[in-house]
Design a protein. Structure first.
Length: 216
C-alpha cells in the first residue's frame, strides 16, 4: 500500500480521473483503498467544476459505453420488470446478488454526481432503483466530511473541537469527528470507515491532548 503522505487533492490521481479512469481503477493502480481516492476527488470536483464533465467525456471514449456494459444494464432492468422487485444483496442466488451490487454502485455514483448519463437515462425506466438513495447520499456526505477534516489538519490545525471552537467550520468538523469516536467506542463504526480514518487522519481516535494550546 502507498503510505506516502498525499495532500488532497493529489494531482496525479486527479489527472488519472480527468483521463477517464474510475475511482476503483485509480485505487488499484496506486494501491490504496478506493475511499481514499474518493475523498481526494470530492475536493477536486469542488475546486474544478468542469472536472466531472471532462472525466465523463474521457470515460466515454475509453469504454465507448460498450455494448457489454449497456447489455448488463438492460439485463438488470429486464430482471426487475420480470420479478416486479429489486434484486436483493442477501439473496441465495449468486446472479441476483451480483445485480444488487451493480445497482448499489450506480446509487453511489448517483449520490456523488458521477453516474454515467447512459445509465441515468436507462435506469429512469425503473424509478424504484434509487430507493436507497438516502443511504448513498449519507455515504457521500461522510466522505465529504472526511475530506474537509483532511484539509483542516493539513492546514496545520489541531483536532477540531465540538465545544470552545473558534469557527463554525471547526465546530462542524468537531461534532463530526466526536461522533466517529463515540461510534468507535460503542463498536458501531463500520470497520471500513475505521480503516479509512486511520489511513487519512492518523491519531483521530486520541484527538487533542489535555488542555488547549497557547494562542499565537
Amino acid at each position: 500500500m502507498d503510505r506516502r503522505l498525499r495532500r488532497a487533492p493529489d494531482a496525479e490521481w486527479v489527472l488519472m480521473f480527468r483521463l477517464g479512469l474510475s475511482r476503483k481503477r485509480i485505487a488499484e493502480l496506486v494501491r490504496v483503498h478506493p475511499a481514499v481516492v474518493g475523498y481526494h476527488l470530492v475536493i477536486a470536483r469542488r475546486r474544478d467544476l468542469e472536472l466531472e464533465a471532462a472525466h465523463q467525456a474521457a470515460a466515454g471514449a475509453i469504454t465507448g459505453r460498450s455494448p457489454r456494459s449497456l447489455a448488463r444494464m438492460e439485463e438488470v432492468i429486464a430482471w426487475i420488470a420480470a420479478e416486479s422487485r429489486l434484486p436483493r444483496g442477501h439473496s441465495e442466488n449468486r446472479g441476483e446478488r451480483s445485480m444488487a451490487r451493480w445497482l448499489s454502485e450506480r446509487r453511489r455514483e448517483a449520490a456523488e454526481g458521477t453516474l454515467d448519463p447512459a445509465y441515468r437515462d436507462g435506469l429512469a425506466r425503473v424509478p424504484e432503483w434509487a430507493d436507497n438513495h438516502r443511504a448513498a447520499a449519507d455515504e457521500a456526505r461522510w466522505h465529504h466530511r472526511l475530506a474537509q477534516l483532511v484539509d483542516f489538519r493539513h492546514e496545520g490545525h489541531d483536532w477540531p473541537r465540538h465545544h470552545d471552537y473558534d469557527s463554525e467550520r471547526e465546530h462542524t468538523l468537531g461534532v463530526w469527528i466526536h461522533q466517529q469516536r463515540y461510534k468507535r467506542r460503542r463498536g458501531d463504526l463500520d470497520p471500513a470507515r475505521i480503516r479509512l480514518l486511520d489511513e487519512s487522519v492518523p491519531g483521530w481516535q486520541a484527538g487533542r491532548t489535555r488542555g488547549r494550546p497557547p494562542r499565537r
